[in-house]
Write a protein that binds this ligand. Sequence first.
Ligand SMILES: [Zn+2]
Length: 117
Amino acid sequence: MRYRTRFSHEHYVCPNCNEKLTKSRVQNNWKCPDCNEILSIYTTDDNHVYQRKMGQDIVKYDSVKLPSYKDSFDVLDVQYQNGKYSVALKGYTVISLKEEDWLNCIWGSWDGDVNSL
Ligand SMILES: [Zn+2]
């Protein structure tokens, strides 16, 4: 499995600058180009708000959404070795992320009204 999945409909907002950003400005690392804060990604695919985290930013208790799984998985542990991140997911398995990989972590939910962003 490749851990670089995106949703069909995504809106990128920096919670720090309170600014909406275009994909071209954020898709390198999914952080704010102005303040480096991890972006809030609002999707209408499932009405969740996500943080899209590279391995270095993933921490214990993050709630990871994998493609084709309805439920999310809690992070138990993250370890870095030989250029890869090993992320242990509760009730699933340990997955291996390369430097350029990311996981979609559930940050909250919203009403799906894109005009309110
Ligand atoms: Zn910002």
